[in-house]
Ligand binder design. Structure first.
Ligand code: NAD
Ligand code: IPM
Ligand code: MN
Length: 369
């Protein structure tokens, strides 16, 4: 069996805790003959600042570039709140995304049947929910220049962030969204604010054009991003594929996470362009952060991280069957009552991070048997 090269970047806070569970799952995938990985581990974020003075070394970036896929835990935390802006932990993650060209961030929000009562919303609103948020990841206000704070003549300050999108950037993310929709329900909603932002005007225009030229058999709806946030809470199941820019995608995916029960449930895939050999750069990471409030206490939910490994099986290695088995193992573990504290509800004795990892591995073994 091919041994795929995976680079593991556990990062900070709960990152290493949830990554430890992924390592257990990787062991089980090898034992059951589903997939074999050669893994390497490196530093990113605060842990890299502590060791090397920067949140991502050139050597770590080169390793990420050479790997078949990268798995990342989370970065950041109060320990590094005093470091210079340019070398803050989050800058390491942003450099990985930008330098590897990972423009397409897929964030599926699925409400597992066993968790329909764990959501902040009523069961009937979220039961069966399956949304795919497609977030543009290498453009927009995250990377636009100028980005600066200057001092005005009167001594007060002025901060500038710049939202920039080009036709090409919008076209390629629109293609990703429509291609996904074609394999799903055939419906795409595109969220922007063309009523306020020039980048929103262009976004709407380009998405409309890509739709008309290549995907007129699919349904396209435009929605203002603020209304979209409200609709996600009011009637989330109206959406299937939701395509949006970098900042709106960041915010809307945290909203969508709570529909599934917890931020600890949402995996993600960050994908680059397909090259002439048919492969693409990819990084897989949970949507959540380093959760400093629960770090080091065996409280973190590892399912977003484990689900991110399932996305790697699917999108980087063409192992759809193994991915289905792993997603199925998550479903089974939840159905059997496995809960971490964030999804436990009242009167349930929760498992720790490691306990949940073991529950998924046990469920995987029974599915394979
Ligand atoms: P966060 O996602 O770390 O935490 C928000 C809340 O959700 C916290 O109460 C936390 O305990 C809870 N939570 C998150 N993941 C969980 C899990 N797996 N299981 C159970 N509960 C979980 O967001 P924050 O507190 O705003 O940010 C903390 C740090 O993480 C910041 O430095 C931020 O920049 C960084 N961050 C990193 C990433 C990333 O690495 N991809 C993503 C988001 C935030
Ligand atoms: C995410 C995070 C990151 C983002 C931060 C840590 C840079 O919030 O992946 O959702 O804003 O993209
Ligand atoms: Mn975020």
């Amino acid at each position: 069996m091919t041994a795929y090269k995976l680079l593991l970047l556990p990062g900070d806070g709960i990152g290493p805790e949830v990554m430890a569970q992924v390592k257990t799952v990787i062991g089980a995938l090898a034992e059951t003959g589903l997939a074999t990985f050669e893994t390497e581990t490196d530093l990113v974020g605060g842990s890299s600042i502590d060791a090397h003075g920067v949140p991502l070394t050139d050597a770590a970036l080169a390793r990420a570039d050479a790997a078949d896929a990268v798995l990342l835990g989370a970065v950041g935390g109060p320990k590094w709140s005093g470091v210079a802006y340019d070398i803050r932990p989050e800058a390491g993650l942003l450099r990985l995304r930008k330098d590897l060209g990972l423009f397409a961030n897929l964030r599926p929000a699925i409400c597992y049947p066993a968790l329909a009562d764990a959501s902040a919303l009523k069961r009937e609103l979220v039961e069966g929910l399956d949304i795919m948020i497609v977030r543009e990841l290498t453009g927009g206000v995250y990377f636009g220049e100028p980005k600066e704070i200057t001092t005005l003549p009167d001594g007060t300050k002025r901060a500038v962030d710049t939202q920039v999108y080009t036709t090409g950037e919008i076209e390629r993310i629109a293609h990703v969204a429509f291609d996904l929709a074609r394999k799903r329900s055939g419906r795409v909603a595109s969220a922007e604010k063309h009523n306020v932002m020039k980048s929103g005007v262009l976004w709407k225009e380009v998405v409309t054009q890509v739709h008309a030229e290549h995907y007129s058999d699919l349904a396209l709806e435009h929605v203002l991003a603020d209304n979209c946030a409200m609709q996600l809470v009011r009637r989330p199941k109206q959406y299937d594929v939701l395509v949006t820019d970098n900042l709106f995608g960041d915010v809307l995916s945290d909203v969508a996470a709570m529909l599934t029960g917890s931020l600890g449930m949402l995996p993600s895939a960050s994908l680059g362009a397909v090259d002439d050999k048919g492969s693409r750069k990819a990084l897989y990471e949970p949507v959540h952060g380093s959760a400093p409030d629960i770090a080091g206490q065996d409280l973190a939910n590892p399912l977003a991280m484990i689900g991110s490994l399932a996305m790697a099986l699917r999108y980087s290695f063409g192992l759809g069957e193994a991915a289905d088995l792993l997603d199925g193992a998550i479903t089974d573990a939840l159905a059997a009552g496995a809960r971490t504290k964030d999804i436990a509800g009242e009167g349930v004795n929760p498992l720790g991070t490691a306990g949940m990892g073991e529950a998924v591995v046990a469920a995987l073994r029974s599915r394979v048997r």
